[in-house]
Design a protein around this ligand. Sequence first.
Ligand SMILES: [Ca+2]
Length: 347
Amino acid sequence: MKLRTITSFISSKLKLLSLSITIGLFACAISIFAFSSPGSNQPPNGNPTFWLLNGTNMYYSGGNVGIGTTGPNANLEVATTGSMQLRLSSPGGSYRRIVFFDNATTPTKYNWEIAENEFGDGLFLGPSTAVGGMTFNTLVGFSIFPNGNVGIGTATPGQKLSVAGTIESTSGGFKFPDGTIQTTAVTTVSGKRYFRITLKNGTSGQTNIQLAELQFYDANIGQWITNNMTSDSVPSPKVVTYTPTSYSTSLGWKAFDGAGGTSHYYDGYMTSVANSVLTIDLGAGNVINATKYRVYTSSYGDGGGTYRPTDWTLRTSNDGVNWTILDSQIGATVPGGSYLEIDTTTS
Ligand SMILES: [Ca+2]
């Protein structure tokens, strides 16, 4: 081969080598460029528009996102084969929220939040104060605190359950610590627990006054009440107290023993030196709505009527301390061996 031919041959080979190197470098450059492009965060088989940047935000709107699952069935599905925990972290003084948000241009729904540490140190669940708002209303929400107190309509529950409103049981009623269940409301019964009569001198200023029996008509049940006392405090819880009586057998409680006939002239045979006072306590929770009462005397041993009460004041009380006058009489006439009936609604 001639020298020129050899030179030409070598030159052509060098050009091929140079071209090969150039193509190789170009391919390498393309490869490097592809690896370092803005789409480098996409999965190997991902869509080029997978995660996009919007300022410092990253977003994706092409489908569901799965963590721990290859087939997310919701916008975001986090799955695991063991226990699950999602954690919202922020400094202790800040709240931690999940908000259910109406993102319509013109919202029609209240937003709701589950928030910790937004109202005190409790967990709060409640609505916004207005449709679409981001201020939340503790007055209508539900809260639970570290001491176990739960509030409904209040963020300051003072008990295990504090409800700022009416509690309704649509069935079953309410069970109390003693195991009893209440299914209906307690009817508010008007009436008084204590009754006290103050007796003044008899018709001729006698020192003895005979009160064979004192009975009350209870308008709540439409009946005359017989207390059937057999001592100062029997039957319990009734208790009768009284100022001194004239004889040892003329005990004051006998004015409430249910007997007022002629043979009971010793019943309530009170001394009237400083006005005789006779009181009956019906016991806690017991009341009589006394719209009428009867004053009984005996026709026997009443000094020809001079021991019969003529002036008295009847008082009632709910606490035995504060008394209200139910009725007063001056110059009343009580038939011997019978009774005088007074209607307190008209007297
Ligand atoms: Ca009696």
